[in-house]
Design a binder for this molecule. Structure first.
Ligand SMILES: *Cc1c(COP(=O)(O)O)cnc(C)c1O
Length: 372
């Protein structure tokens, strides 16, 4: 029986082992482990990759969102509109900034924030209380920024993109992360660009916002040991930055491999009754996840597990139904599409080191079950 994991961070290390080991050695021997030349080098390289003016490395993707919100002036009393089918980090960060999350429904094709619902919600909320939106580019598929942006701007809202799953994804010729006032990335070990530990980044084109994030990540220090504003400790360390500099060079190649795997899945499964991922024209999907839908999802998941194939559900319970949030965030209006899709979604194995034979095996195992 095969043993095909849903994701495999170790395989990604082994694929670049010699270079990563060398980078780790360089960082170790430098004697500087926090805010040194590896981080400043990576920040410059990552900003150039995304196509923005500034990148500020922080401890993880959750902190990236929290600090971006604070830098954007979001705080107590403010509403921040996002979605319920996301990593809990998105909503946790909004509350860490002191603001109140407002969770709205998604569009069924892209699994991302529905612009019509955003407009409705902004009409419904008390005037001038909503201060920002956090669209999530879920699964590596860009959110509908061209439609969301004019709505947010008309209401005077800041836009903070959650790019934790969308490194390299594009709308037209522009990468996700270039549309918002600020955008945030995670380098958690399973993400398209991954550290060997925690890591995150805030990007922006605005020099004042960049400076504000730099202050927030280190106690508000302009000068060492003197806090000029409130700040915390959230810095991307030198070891992780050195590793990420190696992996950044292979990000496009890794995304192309994910796209090739997705194309194989599409070709093999399009005769079945499974609902496959859809990508609108002009968008570049980077397949952080390849998510199919079936009313018989649980049976399919079981069948795959019995045949040695790992799958996951991203996410099994939407935020507004989780114990920590259910009571407090009850007044969000209907989230029907979110709830209906949650019951049907299944994330198939997808990572750059997955072999063609393994992909074929997944396809055959699904076709046997589906009678395709
Ligand atoms: C992973 C993730 C985060 C949080 O990133 P961490 O580095 O794990 O803190 C935030 N938002 C989304 C959509 C994510 O997938």
């Amino acid at each position: 029986m095969p043993n095909i994991p849903q994701c495999d961070p170790r395989a990604n290390y082994l694929a670049h082992k010699a270079e990563i080991d060398q980078a780790i050695k360089r960082a170790l021997e430098s004697g500087r482990y926090i805010l040194g030349s590896e981080l400043s080098g990576f920040e410059t390289e990552f900003a150039a990759y995304v196509g923005v003016g500034y990148a500020i490395g922080v401890g993880n993707g959750t902190d990236a969102l929290h600090l971006a919100l604070r830098a954007g002036g979001i705080g107590p009393g403010d509403f921040v509109v996002t979605v319920s089918n996301t990593a809990v980090a998105t909503v946790s960060a909004i509350e860490s900034a002191g603001a109140t999350p407002v969770l709205i429904d998604i569009d069924a094709d892209s699994f991302t924030m529905d612009p019509a619902r955003l407009e409705e919600t902004l009409q419904r909320l008390p005037p001038n209380r909503a201060k920002a939106i956090v669209p999530v580019h879920l699964y590596g598929h860009p959110a509908k920024l061209p439609e969301l942006e004019p709505i947010a701007r008309a209401h005077g809202l800041k836009i903070i993109e959650d790019c934790a799953q969308s490194h390299g994804a594009m709308i037209g010729r522009n990468k996700t992360g270039t549309f918002g006032d600020l955008a945030t990335f995670s380098f958690y070990p399973t993400k398209n660009l991954s550290a060997i530990g925690d890591g995150g980044m805030v990007v922006t084109n605005n020099p004042e916002l960049a400076e504000e994030v730099r202050l927030l990540r280190e106690y508000g220090w302009r000068e060492r040991y003197i806090s000029s504003t409130w700040g915390t400790n959230s810095r991307l360390d030198e070891l992780q930055a050195a590793i990420l500099r190696v992996k950044l060079k292979y990000l496009d190649q890794a995304n192309q491999r994910r796209q090739a795997i997705a194309a194989t899945y599409n070709g093999a499964l399009n005769q079945t009754s499974l609902r496959l991922p859809r990508v609108a024209a002009g968008l570049t999907h980077v397949y952080h996840q390849y998510v199919i839908q079936s009313p018989k999802r649980d049976a399919l998941k079981r069948h795959l597990a019995e045949n040695g194939i790992g799958t996951l559900i991203h996410y099994p319970v939407p935020i507004h139904q989780q114990p920590a949030y259910a009571e407090r965030l009850a007044d969000n209006g209907p989230l029907e599409i979110t709830e209906a899709t949650t019951a049907e979604i299944l994330s198939l194995p997808i990572f750059p080191e997955l072999t063609d034979a393994q992909v074929e095996n997944v396809c055959e195992t699904i076709l046997n079950w589906a009678g395709g």
